[in-house]
Write a protein of this length. Structure first.
Ligand SMILES: C[S@@+](CC[C@H](N)C(=O)[O-])C[C@H]1O[C@@H](n2cnc3c(N)ncnc32)[C@H](O)[C@@H]1O
Length: 405
Protein backbone atom coordinates (compact mmCIF):
# COMPACT_ATOMS: atom_id res chain seq x y z
CA UNK A 1 0.00 0.00 0.00
CA UNK A 2 2.48 2.53 -1.20
CA UNK A 3 2.38 6.26 -1.54
CA UNK A 4 4.27 6.08 -4.81
CA UNK A 5 2.20 6.72 -7.87
CA UNK A 6 3.12 5.14 -11.12
CA UNK A 7 3.55 8.30 -13.09
CA UNK A 8 6.92 8.87 -14.55
CA UNK A 9 7.62 11.41 -17.23
CA UNK A 10 10.79 12.60 -18.78
CA UNK A 11 10.17 16.26 -18.23
CA UNK A 12 12.25 19.33 -17.66
CA UNK A 13 13.09 19.63 -14.04
CA UNK A 14 13.40 22.33 -11.42
CA UNK A 15 10.77 24.16 -13.39
CA UNK A 16 11.04 27.88 -13.24
CA UNK A 17 14.65 27.81 -12.20
CA UNK A 18 17.31 28.59 -14.72
CA UNK A 19 20.65 27.30 -13.50
CA UNK A 20 22.36 29.35 -16.16
CA UNK A 21 21.14 32.54 -14.54
CA UNK A 22 22.71 31.64 -11.23
CA UNK A 23 25.16 34.23 -10.05
CA UNK A 24 27.53 32.80 -7.54
CA UNK A 25 28.30 34.81 -4.44
CA UNK A 26 24.78 35.63 -3.36
CA UNK A 27 25.71 34.78 0.18
CA UNK A 28 25.38 31.01 0.24
CA UNK A 29 28.55 28.99 0.13
CA UNK A 30 28.57 26.05 -2.22
CA UNK A 31 30.96 23.37 -1.07
CA UNK A 32 33.33 22.00 -3.73
CA UNK A 33 32.22 18.54 -4.73
CA UNK A 34 35.21 16.70 -3.31
CA UNK A 35 35.35 18.58 -0.07
CA UNK A 36 33.50 16.56 2.52
CA UNK A 37 30.42 18.50 3.51
CA UNK A 38 30.42 18.52 7.32
CA UNK A 39 28.50 15.53 8.61
CA UNK A 40 27.45 15.43 12.26
CA UNK A 41 28.19 11.80 12.90
CA UNK A 42 28.11 8.58 10.99
CA UNK A 43 27.35 4.96 11.62
CA UNK A 44 30.15 4.05 9.24
CA UNK A 45 33.05 4.24 11.67
CA UNK A 46 33.02 1.18 13.83
CA UNK A 47 30.30 1.39 16.40
CA UNK A 48 27.30 -0.39 14.91
CA UNK A 49 25.34 0.59 17.98
CA UNK A 50 24.78 4.01 16.45
CA UNK A 51 22.95 2.44 13.50
CA UNK A 52 19.74 2.16 15.43
CA UNK A 53 19.72 5.91 16.02
CA UNK A 54 19.00 6.75 12.38
CA UNK A 55 16.95 3.73 11.38
CA UNK A 56 18.12 2.43 8.00
CA UNK A 57 20.08 5.62 7.31
CA UNK A 58 23.87 5.52 7.28
CA UNK A 59 24.27 9.09 8.55
CA UNK A 60 22.38 11.43 10.75
CA UNK A 61 19.92 13.16 8.39
CA UNK A 62 20.83 16.81 7.82
CA UNK A 63 17.91 19.16 7.40
CA UNK A 64 17.01 22.57 6.01
CA UNK A 65 15.18 25.18 8.04
CA UNK A 66 11.41 24.83 8.26
CA UNK A 67 9.92 25.61 4.81
CA UNK A 68 6.47 27.24 5.30
CA UNK A 69 5.13 26.36 1.83
CA UNK A 70 5.44 22.64 2.54
CA UNK A 71 5.02 22.95 6.33
CA UNK A 72 8.14 20.84 6.80
CA UNK A 73 11.87 20.74 6.58
CA UNK A 74 13.69 18.76 3.90
CA UNK A 75 16.45 16.38 4.92
CA UNK A 76 19.13 14.28 3.27
CA UNK A 77 18.72 10.55 3.93
CA UNK A 78 21.37 8.12 2.70
CA UNK A 79 21.36 4.35 2.85
CA UNK A 80 24.80 3.25 1.66
CA UNK A 81 23.93 -0.43 1.79
CA UNK A 82 20.75 -0.07 -0.29
CA UNK A 83 20.44 -2.53 -3.20
CA UNK A 84 23.62 -4.49 -2.54
CA UNK A 85 25.74 -1.43 -1.65
CA UNK A 86 24.72 0.57 -4.71
CA UNK A 87 23.35 3.05 -2.19
CA UNK A 88 20.58 5.63 -2.36
CA UNK A 89 20.24 9.23 -1.20
CA UNK A 90 16.88 10.90 -0.76
CA UNK A 91 16.24 14.61 -0.17
CA UNK A 92 12.70 14.86 1.10
CA UNK A 93 10.48 15.55 4.13
CA UNK A 94 10.83 13.39 7.28
CA UNK A 95 7.26 12.21 6.73
CA UNK A 96 7.91 10.98 3.19
CA UNK A 97 11.24 9.47 4.31
CA UNK A 98 9.21 7.32 6.73
CA UNK A 99 7.09 6.14 3.82
CA UNK A 100 10.22 5.19 1.89
CA UNK A 101 11.49 3.15 4.81
CA UNK A 102 8.32 1.07 4.71
CA UNK A 103 9.01 0.04 1.10
CA UNK A 104 10.22 -3.54 0.81
CA UNK A 105 13.61 -2.84 -0.83
CA UNK A 106 14.66 -1.18 2.44
CA UNK A 107 14.15 -4.27 4.60
CA UNK A 108 13.86 -7.18 2.17
CA UNK A 109 16.82 -6.98 -0.26
CA UNK A 110 15.71 -10.23 -1.94
CA UNK A 111 12.91 -8.29 -3.61
CA UNK A 112 15.59 -6.65 -5.77
CA UNK A 113 16.89 -9.99 -7.16
CA UNK A 114 17.72 -9.54 -10.85
CA UNK A 115 17.71 -5.74 -10.51
CA UNK A 116 20.82 -3.53 -11.00
CA UNK A 117 22.70 -5.97 -13.26
CA UNK A 118 26.05 -4.49 -14.24
CA UNK A 119 25.55 -5.83 -17.79
CA UNK A 120 22.69 -5.50 -20.25
CA UNK A 121 22.13 -6.25 -23.95
CA UNK A 122 23.61 -2.82 -24.76
CA UNK A 123 26.87 -0.91 -24.42
CA UNK A 124 27.49 2.83 -24.08
CA UNK A 125 29.22 4.58 -26.95
CA UNK A 126 30.07 8.14 -27.94
CA UNK A 127 27.88 9.13 -30.86
CA UNK A 128 28.47 12.14 -33.12
CA UNK A 129 26.27 15.06 -32.06
CA UNK A 130 24.45 13.03 -29.38
CA UNK A 131 26.99 12.52 -26.59
CA UNK A 132 26.93 9.03 -25.12
CA UNK A 133 24.17 6.67 -26.25
CA UNK A 134 23.41 3.00 -25.75
CA UNK A 135 23.82 0.57 -28.67
CA UNK A 136 22.28 -2.90 -28.82
CA UNK A 137 24.90 -5.67 -28.54
CA UNK A 138 22.68 -8.20 -30.28
CA UNK A 139 19.29 -8.34 -32.00
CA UNK A 140 16.61 -7.71 -29.38
CA UNK A 141 13.02 -8.98 -29.48
CA UNK A 142 9.97 -6.82 -28.77
CA UNK A 143 8.96 -7.13 -25.13
CA UNK A 144 12.50 -7.98 -24.00
CA UNK A 145 13.62 -6.24 -20.81
CA UNK A 146 16.55 -3.92 -21.54
CA UNK A 147 17.32 -2.80 -18.01
CA UNK A 148 15.99 -2.46 -14.48
CA UNK A 149 17.73 -0.18 -11.97
CA UNK A 150 17.14 1.55 -8.66
CA UNK A 151 17.86 5.30 -8.38
CA UNK A 152 20.97 6.85 -6.84
CA UNK A 153 19.20 10.07 -5.89
CA UNK A 154 15.62 11.09 -5.27
CA UNK A 155 14.79 14.74 -4.68
CA UNK A 156 11.60 16.43 -3.52
CA UNK A 157 10.69 18.99 -6.19
CA UNK A 158 10.07 22.09 -4.12
CA UNK A 159 10.71 25.63 -5.19
CA UNK A 160 11.12 27.56 -1.97
CA UNK A 161 14.80 27.15 -1.26
CA UNK A 162 17.61 28.86 -3.12
CA UNK A 163 19.74 27.09 -5.70
CA UNK A 164 22.93 27.32 -3.58
CA UNK A 165 21.18 25.98 -0.47
CA UNK A 166 19.65 23.13 -2.44
CA UNK A 167 23.00 22.44 -4.10
CA UNK A 168 24.70 22.10 -0.72
CA UNK A 169 22.18 19.58 0.54
CA UNK A 170 22.26 17.65 -2.73
CA UNK A 171 26.05 17.65 -2.62
CA UNK A 172 25.92 16.04 0.74
CA UNK A 173 23.46 13.51 -0.69
CA UNK A 174 25.94 12.63 -3.45
CA UNK A 175 29.01 12.70 -1.17
CA UNK A 176 27.36 10.23 1.17
CA UNK A 177 26.84 7.63 -1.59
CA UNK A 178 29.35 4.78 -2.05
CA UNK A 179 32.29 6.00 -4.19
CA UNK A 180 31.37 4.07 -7.35
CA UNK A 181 27.84 5.47 -7.30
CA UNK A 182 29.03 8.98 -6.54
CA UNK A 183 31.44 8.87 -9.48
CA UNK A 184 28.79 7.41 -11.77
CA UNK A 185 26.47 10.28 -10.83
CA UNK A 186 29.07 12.97 -11.44
CA UNK A 187 30.00 11.53 -14.87
CA UNK A 188 26.45 12.03 -16.17
CA UNK A 189 25.74 14.58 -18.88
CA UNK A 190 25.08 18.22 -17.94
CA UNK A 191 23.47 21.04 -19.89
CA UNK A 192 24.94 24.16 -18.31
CA UNK A 193 28.43 22.97 -17.46
CA UNK A 194 28.54 25.23 -14.38
CA UNK A 195 30.46 23.19 -11.84
CA UNK A 196 29.12 25.19 -8.90
CA UNK A 197 25.67 23.69 -9.51
CA UNK A 198 26.74 20.35 -10.97
CA UNK A 199 24.41 18.20 -8.87
CA UNK A 200 21.36 20.17 -10.02
CA UNK A 201 22.72 20.36 -13.57
CA UNK A 202 22.80 16.55 -13.67
CA UNK A 203 19.23 16.49 -12.34
CA UNK A 204 18.04 18.96 -14.95
CA UNK A 205 19.57 16.88 -17.74
CA UNK A 206 18.78 13.39 -16.51
CA UNK A 207 15.92 13.19 -14.01
CA UNK A 208 12.75 11.15 -14.29
CA UNK A 209 9.66 12.47 -12.54
CA UNK A 210 8.13 10.37 -9.83
CA UNK A 211 5.16 10.98 -7.56
CA UNK A 212 6.05 10.10 -3.96
CA UNK A 213 3.83 10.67 -0.95
CA UNK A 214 1.63 12.93 -3.08
CA UNK A 215 4.60 15.16 -3.89
CA UNK A 216 6.59 15.39 -7.11
CA UNK A 217 10.09 14.00 -6.83
CA UNK A 218 12.89 13.72 -9.34
CA UNK A 219 14.96 10.57 -9.56
CA UNK A 220 18.30 9.77 -11.17
CA UNK A 221 18.78 6.36 -12.76
CA UNK A 222 22.26 6.69 -14.29
CA UNK A 223 22.11 3.73 -16.68
CA UNK A 224 18.72 4.72 -18.10
CA UNK A 225 19.95 8.31 -18.42
CA UNK A 226 22.31 7.31 -21.19
CA UNK A 227 19.45 6.62 -23.57
CA UNK A 228 18.98 9.42 -26.06
CA UNK A 229 15.65 10.72 -27.32
CA UNK A 230 13.63 9.72 -30.39
CA UNK A 231 10.04 10.74 -31.26
CA UNK A 232 9.47 7.14 -32.40
CA UNK A 233 11.46 5.37 -29.67
CA UNK A 234 12.28 1.67 -29.76
CA UNK A 235 12.11 1.40 -25.96
CA UNK A 236 9.55 2.30 -23.32
CA UNK A 237 10.00 2.73 -19.56
CA UNK A 238 8.03 2.82 -16.33
CA UNK A 239 8.71 3.07 -12.61
CA UNK A 240 7.68 0.29 -10.24
CA UNK A 241 6.56 2.14 -7.11
CA UNK A 242 7.00 -0.79 -4.73
CA UNK A 243 10.44 -1.89 -5.88
CA UNK A 244 11.67 1.67 -6.53
CA UNK A 245 12.85 0.37 -9.88
CA UNK A 246 12.96 1.91 -13.34
CA UNK A 247 12.27 -0.68 -16.05
CA UNK A 248 12.98 -0.37 -19.76
CA UNK A 249 11.63 -2.76 -22.42
CA UNK A 250 12.07 -3.04 -26.19
CA UNK A 251 8.82 -2.19 -27.99
CA UNK A 252 9.88 -3.56 -31.40
CA UNK A 253 12.73 -5.53 -32.95
CA UNK A 254 16.05 -3.76 -32.41
CA UNK A 255 18.96 -4.84 -34.57
CA UNK A 256 22.51 -5.31 -33.31
CA UNK A 257 24.29 -1.95 -33.30
CA UNK A 258 21.04 0.04 -33.32
CA UNK A 259 20.74 2.80 -30.72
CA UNK A 260 18.25 2.32 -27.88
CA UNK A 261 15.97 5.33 -27.55
CA UNK A 262 13.17 6.58 -25.33
CA UNK A 263 10.91 9.62 -25.69
CA UNK A 264 11.72 12.68 -23.52
CA UNK A 265 8.82 14.60 -25.05
CA UNK A 266 5.43 13.11 -25.87
CA UNK A 267 5.52 11.67 -29.43
CA UNK A 268 1.78 12.41 -29.55
CA UNK A 269 2.47 16.16 -29.62
CA UNK A 270 2.86 17.93 -32.94
CA UNK A 271 6.37 18.42 -34.25
CA UNK A 272 6.75 22.13 -33.37
CA UNK A 273 5.75 21.49 -29.75
CA UNK A 274 8.14 18.54 -29.47
CA UNK A 275 11.00 20.52 -31.01
CA UNK A 276 10.41 23.50 -28.73
CA UNK A 277 10.26 21.35 -25.62
CA UNK A 278 13.44 19.44 -26.50
CA UNK A 279 15.29 22.63 -27.35
CA UNK A 280 14.22 24.50 -24.22
CA UNK A 281 14.64 21.66 -21.77
CA UNK A 282 17.47 19.58 -23.19
CA UNK A 283 19.23 21.99 -25.56
CA UNK A 284 19.27 19.88 -28.68
CA UNK A 285 17.53 20.00 -32.05
CA UNK A 286 15.74 16.75 -32.65
CA UNK A 287 16.66 15.25 -36.00
CA UNK A 288 14.66 12.03 -35.66
CA UNK A 289 12.70 10.65 -38.62
CA UNK A 290 9.33 11.97 -37.39
CA UNK A 291 10.79 15.46 -36.91
CA UNK A 292 12.34 15.36 -40.39
CA UNK A 293 9.02 14.16 -41.81
CA UNK A 294 7.48 17.30 -40.27
CA UNK A 295 4.09 17.96 -41.87
CA UNK A 296 3.59 14.35 -43.01
CA UNK A 297 4.05 13.07 -39.46
CA UNK A 298 1.77 15.84 -38.14
CA UNK A 299 -0.92 14.85 -40.66
CA UNK A 300 -0.76 11.22 -39.48
CA UNK A 301 -0.98 12.44 -35.87
CA UNK A 302 -4.01 14.62 -36.68
CA UNK A 303 -5.72 11.63 -38.29
CA UNK A 304 -4.93 9.48 -35.25
CA UNK A 305 -6.40 12.07 -32.90
CA UNK A 306 -9.55 12.38 -34.99
CA UNK A 307 -10.05 8.59 -35.08
CA UNK A 308 -9.45 8.41 -31.32
CA UNK A 309 -12.14 11.05 -30.79
CA UNK A 310 -14.61 8.96 -32.84
CA UNK A 311 -13.75 5.78 -30.97
CA UNK A 312 -14.14 7.55 -27.63
CA UNK A 313 -17.59 8.79 -28.63
CA UNK A 314 -20.21 6.45 -27.13
CA UNK A 315 -23.26 8.45 -28.19
CA UNK A 316 -25.76 7.07 -30.71
CA UNK A 317 -24.38 9.27 -33.49
CA UNK A 318 -20.81 7.99 -33.07
CA UNK A 319 -18.96 6.96 -36.22
CA UNK A 320 -16.89 4.40 -34.29
CA UNK A 321 -16.34 1.10 -36.08
CA UNK A 322 -13.98 -1.85 -35.90
CA UNK A 323 -12.53 -0.70 -39.26
CA UNK A 324 -11.63 2.66 -37.70
CA UNK A 325 -10.05 0.87 -34.73
CA UNK A 326 -7.93 -1.25 -37.09
CA UNK A 327 -6.98 1.88 -39.03
CA UNK A 328 -5.79 3.53 -35.82
CA UNK A 329 -3.50 0.59 -35.04
CA UNK A 330 -2.12 0.76 -38.56
CA UNK A 331 -1.33 4.47 -38.15
CA UNK A 332 0.49 3.92 -34.85
CA UNK A 333 2.56 1.20 -36.53
CA UNK A 334 3.21 3.32 -39.61
CA UNK A 335 4.47 6.14 -37.35
CA UNK A 336 6.63 3.60 -35.48
CA UNK A 337 4.82 4.42 -32.25
CA UNK A 338 4.81 0.80 -31.04
CA UNK A 339 5.68 2.10 -27.57
CA UNK A 340 2.31 3.87 -27.40
CA UNK A 341 0.16 1.23 -29.12
CA UNK A 342 -1.65 0.35 -25.88
CA UNK A 343 -4.07 3.22 -26.56
CA UNK A 344 -4.94 1.93 -30.03
CA UNK A 345 -5.21 -1.68 -28.82
CA UNK A 346 -7.49 -0.57 -25.98
CA UNK A 347 -9.78 1.24 -28.43
CA UNK A 348 -9.85 -1.91 -30.59
CA UNK A 349 -10.66 -4.16 -27.62
CA UNK A 350 -13.53 -1.89 -26.54
CA UNK A 351 -14.83 -1.41 -30.07
CA UNK A 352 -14.89 -5.15 -30.82
CA UNK A 353 -16.46 -5.87 -27.48
CA UNK A 354 -19.05 -3.19 -28.16
CA UNK A 355 -20.22 -5.08 -31.24
CA UNK A 356 -20.22 -8.40 -29.40
CA UNK A 357 -17.08 -9.86 -30.97
CA UNK A 358 -15.48 -11.27 -27.82
CA UNK A 359 -12.75 -13.21 -29.64
CA UNK A 360 -11.27 -10.07 -31.24
CA UNK A 361 -11.95 -8.08 -28.06
CA UNK A 362 -9.86 -10.56 -26.06
CA UNK A 363 -7.06 -10.58 -28.61
CA UNK A 364 -6.74 -6.79 -28.44
CA UNK A 365 -7.24 -6.65 -24.66
CA UNK A 366 -4.22 -8.95 -24.31
CA UNK A 367 -2.14 -6.79 -26.66
CA UNK A 368 -3.27 -3.63 -24.82
CA UNK A 369 -2.36 -5.16 -21.45
CA UNK A 370 1.09 -6.27 -22.67
CA UNK A 371 1.82 -2.97 -24.34
CA UNK A 372 0.46 -0.93 -21.42
CA UNK A 373 2.52 -2.94 -18.92
CA UNK A 374 5.72 -1.76 -20.63
CA UNK A 375 4.60 1.87 -20.62
CA UNK A 376 2.70 2.30 -17.35
CA UNK A 377 3.67 -0.82 -15.39
CA UNK A 378 1.75 -4.07 -14.86
CA UNK A 379 -0.39 -2.57 -12.08
CA UNK A 380 -1.58 0.49 -14.00
CA UNK A 381 -5.39 1.01 -14.01
CA UNK A 382 -5.62 0.72 -17.81
CA UNK A 383 -3.72 -2.58 -17.73
CA UNK A 384 -5.96 -3.94 -14.97
CA UNK A 385 -9.01 -2.81 -16.92
CA UNK A 386 -7.89 -4.72 -20.02
CA UNK A 387 -7.22 -7.83 -17.92
CA UNK A 388 -10.77 -7.59 -16.59
CA UNK A 389 -12.15 -7.37 -20.13
CA UNK A 390 -9.96 -10.34 -21.10
CA UNK A 391 -11.40 -12.47 -18.29
CA UNK A 392 -15.10 -11.67 -18.78
CA UNK A 393 -15.77 -9.73 -22.00
CA UNK A 394 -19.52 -10.09 -21.58
CA UNK A 395 -19.42 -8.65 -18.06
CA UNK A 396 -17.45 -5.61 -19.18
CA UNK A 397 -19.30 -2.28 -19.44
CA UNK A 398 -18.46 -2.14 -23.16
CA UNK A 399 -20.14 -5.49 -24.01
CA UNK A 400 -22.56 -4.98 -26.94
CA UNK A 401 -22.67 -1.33 -26.00
CA UNK A 402 -22.78 -0.19 -29.62
CA UNK A 403 -25.50 -2.69 -30.56
CA UNK A 404 -28.25 -1.15 -28.43
CA UNK A 405 -30.45 1.04 -30.55
C1 LIG B 1 19.67 12.19 -20.52
S1 LIG B 1 20.99 12.70 -21.49
C2 LIG B 1 21.18 11.39 -22.63
C3 LIG B 1 22.59 10.82 -22.63
C4 LIG B 1 23.65 11.77 -23.11
N1 LIG B 1 23.77 11.71 -24.56
C5 LIG B 1 24.94 11.49 -22.44
O1 LIG B 1 25.98 11.72 -23.07
O2 LIG B 1 24.96 11.08 -21.29
C6 LIG B 1 20.22 14.01 -22.39
C7 LIG B 1 21.15 14.78 -23.30
O3 LIG B 1 21.59 13.95 -24.38
C8 LIG B 1 21.58 14.67 -25.61
N2 LIG B 1 20.58 14.07 -26.50
C9 LIG B 1 19.57 13.21 -26.16
N3 LIG B 1 18.86 12.85 -27.23
C10 LIG B 1 19.41 13.48 -28.29
C11 LIG B 1 19.10 13.51 -29.69
N4 LIG B 1 18.08 12.82 -30.19
N5 LIG B 1 19.89 14.27 -30.48
C12 LIG B 1 20.91 14.98 -29.97
N6 LIG B 1 21.25 15.00 -28.66
C13 LIG B 1 20.51 14.26 -27.83
C14 LIG B 1 21.23 16.10 -25.28
O4 LIG B 1 22.42 16.80 -25.09
C15 LIG B 1 20.48 15.96 -23.96
O5 LIG B 1 20.55 17.12 -23.16
Amino acid sequence: NSMLSNKCLYEPVILGVNLECLKSGDGDIIYPINEQVPVMSTSQDGANTTTATFGPWSFKPSCTDFIPSIQSELCVYTDRSFAGNRGISIFTTPQIADEFVRLRPFHDPAILAGINNPEGPWHPQNLPGRGIGLLAKTRIDPGERLMAYTPLLIMHQHHQISIPVRENFLRRAIEQLPDASKEQYLRLATIYGNSSVIVQDVIQTNAFEMQVGGEMHLAIFPEASRMNHDCAPNAQYYLDPLRLTHYVHAVRYISAGEELTIAYSSPLEFVSNRQRHLKESFRFTCGCSRCLAGKTADAALAEMKSIEASLADWTKTSTASTELAEKLIELYRQERLEGFLDTAYRHAALTYNAVGNSAQAKKYAQLAADSGAMKDGPEAPNVRGMKELLKHPEKHWSWRRRMQR
